[in-house]
Structure formats: structure tokens, C-alpha cells
Design a protein around this ligand. Sequence first.
Ligand code: CA
Length: 217
Amino acid sequence: MHVLLVEDDNELAARINRGLTQAGFVVERAVDGDDGFELGLQSQMDMIVLDLGLPGKPGLEVLKEWRARGVGTPVLILTARGTWTDKVSGLNEGADDYLTKPFHVPELVARLHALRRRGWGHASNILKHDDLIVNLATGEVTRGDELLELTALELRMLKYFMNRTRHVISQSELVEHLYSSDDMRESNTIEVYVGRLRRKIGAEKIKTLRGMGYRFG
Ligand code: CA
């Protein structure tokens, strides 16, 4: 499992490298945005860990251009504390997951394993369920002939549901996945977001299971 690590901080990169290597990943590192961009284009990487604060080409630009050029490799972005707008922009530009610094390397390892299990961006850039289609490369969601306008959070939620068709997903699991640890984690807002998503994709697609959570499909 090859991971491209684009991170300019030597000390942090060394810690990440150690942790990922111990976990069985093969790590290739780039120290700035320009090198990182080229490596992401050329190499056969299974996953990419991309710091957004980089010398040279900014991380968000790197991500945006990869996606524009059809690079479907799953990307986990690293953001600095207090820059929540970076997270939103990153997800909008096609990031699959994010971690806010500081973080524990075992959490990064766990998230990379989860990304690999979900297989986002690997075999296909398309998630499909009945008439609902999500293009993971462009973030476009269509239902039949209709193009749906989803917020980044709704898209993230939909992708999560569609990767777990027919699984029971608890509210706390959704909260865990949708918000970073230090953000507002209010599970009562999840109901609101699920309600909005339902109205856009069709209410019948997400069932509420009393006292258990939700099930898609
Ligand atoms: Ca940095």
C-alpha cells in the first residue's frame, strides 16, 4: 500500500513516516506543493496525505488540479487548527477525509485503513443506487436527469450512506464521521441534516430505525 505524504514539516513528516511504515504502508514524501503535485500525477499511489499549508503550490490548488486532471486517488487532507474553512474547501475540491492538527498518528493510520476499505476513487469514481448517481471525481450528484445541489456536508453524508447500503448507521457514528473532534458535535443537528438530504434525494432512500439510527437503500 503506497502512500504519498505531502508535508513540509520535517518533524511531523518523520513521525507520520514512522507510524505508517510500522503499519505496513510504503511512504513516499514530498516537501512542497510542486513536487507533491507531480508525484501525485505520475506515481501509482494508493492514497495521499496532503497538508494544505505548503510552500510552493498551495495544498488546495494541488488537490483541485489533481481532481481536474482525473486523479481519483483517495486524499486525506491535514488542516491547521482554527482553519475550518480549509476543511470545507478541501472537501469541496474532492478530499475524502481530513484531520486537524495536532492529531495522533494512530488515528491517521485508522483513517487510511478506513479509506482503503471504502475503496473511494479506486475501481470507479461513480457511486450508484437506483436512479441516484454520485460522481466522486466531480462531486456531482444526479437523480435521473436532475442535477442535485448538495452542500459539502450533505455530499459527505450521502457518500457515507452509499458506501454502507443496508447497514444500520447510528447517529453517533454519523456525527463521528461528519465532524472533526473539536467541532460542534451536536447529534440533534444530524436529524436536521438527514432531513434536508432526504428532501433532495428522495425521502424513501433513508429509513429511520427507531432508537437505532438510519439505513440507506
Ligand atoms: Ca505545513
